[in-house]
Design a protein around this ligand. Structure first.
Ligand code: UT7
Length: 394
């Protein structure tokens, strides 16, 4: 997958890749796999998932299962500094009572001034590698999902690559808002199953406090900093059974940072107008978040032939406790089975699902054989969903 020279180690890795691709389930080479996916007439492999019905908005579900992929290691990082509801009450006209009742959030984390998103991503990635019993040399691709990159160019993934010393890996960022980590899993799954990569590092990392307007009480109560990461390999503790992703660009105005890009480059005026801060149409986003995550969950269940009773845990994007509960209720998944991790972490956008997954795993919540539904929704609009099966812990 990666660049790099023709040193013996690289040659060995490339040969291993080719051997791996040829030995993948179904005996498909990388080329053969593409042909299988693109040929609708080809009989599907047993237990594979039917194509999703296309609507006016795009939706990319799994069409066939060739090969396997799994989360082989997990890690997360939360900065120590805490912003409490009381802290926010001293900045804007709000109260602990209002924030707790409307969001379920009591506090959120803030990164050290000296740190950038790559620093948080690096810490989570190092923990995920250790958990997977792999080293940086094993990684073929680094995907960093973030809406708050260190800078527009270069990709934060390249900075993390340098920090890890993962010089055999290709690296790029994914901008899919709060759905970014699940988009990363969707991409990593395809790369691994196709034999194009053996180990993909997927990182969701954000320093949202740098783009949060602390004079806007409707948004500043929500966001915090953090990072979560995983290694996706052919085998691991959370086997990926289903993945799907979708987007609706007609609703791009609901969540945005208006300035700082080619349409509205940074200027004194954009700074004065506070256009570099995150803007959110809270009520409309709330309704879309529930609707899209519920639809994505239903699509996953329909595609796999599962029912909500088969799902042991749902882990929706940790946007707001009310959104999380509504998604669980509308999917028919009882609230105790819905992971709620907003109280002390807040909304960490692309980092929220991997942080919640890692913290629930570390708390001993999962039992081998259980199915977990991962759901995300974010700016774009984007949404994504995975179903994973818990394997035996190492
Ligand atoms: O991660 C993906 C992107 N983000 C989200 O998913 C967030 C989705 N949205 C939300 O979580 C909620 O919409 C918010 C928490 C942002 C707002 O909650 P809400 O229940 O939708 O409140 P609202 O915007 O409908 O506002 C209700 C009232 C308004 O007052 P009036 O007009 O009824 O007098 C607001 O001005 O609450 C007022 N308000 C506040 N009051 C005290 C809004 N924010 C605050 C606040 N403190 N922080």
């Amino acid at each position: 997958m990666a660049g790099g020279g023709t040193c013996p180690e690289r040659v060995r890795k490339v040969r291993e890749h080719i051997a791996y691709a040829r030995s993948a389930k179904g005996g498909q080479t990388r080329q053969g796999y593409s042909a299988l996916v693109n040929n609708e007439a080809t009989p599907r492999v047993p237990g594979s998932i039917a194509p999703t019905t296309r609507s006016t908005t795009s939706s990319c579900g799994r069409h066939t299962r060739v090969g396997t992929s799994a989360i082989a290691g997990l890690g997360y990082y939360l900065p120590k500094d805490v912003i409490t509801n009381a802290d926010l009450s001293s900045l804007v006209d709000t109260s602990d009572e209002w924030i707790t009742e409307r969001t379920g959030i009591h506090s959120r984390r803030r990164a050290d001034k000296l740190h950038a998103t790559s620093d948080l991503g690096f810490s989570a990635a190092a923990a995920a590698l250790e958990d997977a019993h792999l080293t940086a040399d094993d990684i073929d691709m680094i995907l960093v999902a973030t809406a708050t990159p260190d800078s527009p160019v270069p990709a934060t993934a390249c900075i993390v690559q340098k920090m890890l010393g993962a010089f055999g890996a290709a690296a790029m960022d994914i901008n899919a808002g709060c759905s970014g980590f699940l988009y990363g899993l969707h991409t990593a799954d395809a790369l691994v199953r196709a034999g194009a990569a053996r180990h993909v590092l997927v990182i969701g990392a954000e320093i949202l406090t740098r783009v949060t307007d602390y004079s806007d009480r409707r948004t500043c109560i929500l966001f915090g900093d953090g990072a979560g990461a995983c290694v996706v390999s052919a085998r691991g503790v959370f086997e990926l059974l289903y993945t799907g992703a979708g987007a609706d660009g007609t609703q791009l105005d609901l969540i945005s940072i208006p300035a700082g890009g080619s349409r509205s480059p940074a200027s004194n005026a954009t700074v004065a107008e506070r256009q570099h801060y995150l803007k959110l149409d809270g009520g409309r986003v709330f309704r879309q978040a529930v609707r899209r995550m519920v639809e994505a969950g239903h699509a996953a269940l329909a595609a796999t032939g599962l029912t909500s009773d088969d799902i042991a845990w749902a882990i929706p994007h940790q946007a707001n406790a009310r959104i999380i509960s509504a998604v669980g209720e509308q999917l028919g998944i009882a609230v105790p089975k819905v992971v709620m991790d907003v109280a002390e972490v807040g909304n960490t956008s692309a980092a929220s699902v991997p942080i919640a997954l890692a913290r629930a795993r570390n708390a001993g919540s999962f039992v081998a054989g259980q199915l977990i539904l991962l759901l995300a929704f974010g700016a774009g609009l984007t949404w994504a969903c995975q179903i994973v099966r818990v394997g035996e812990a190492r």
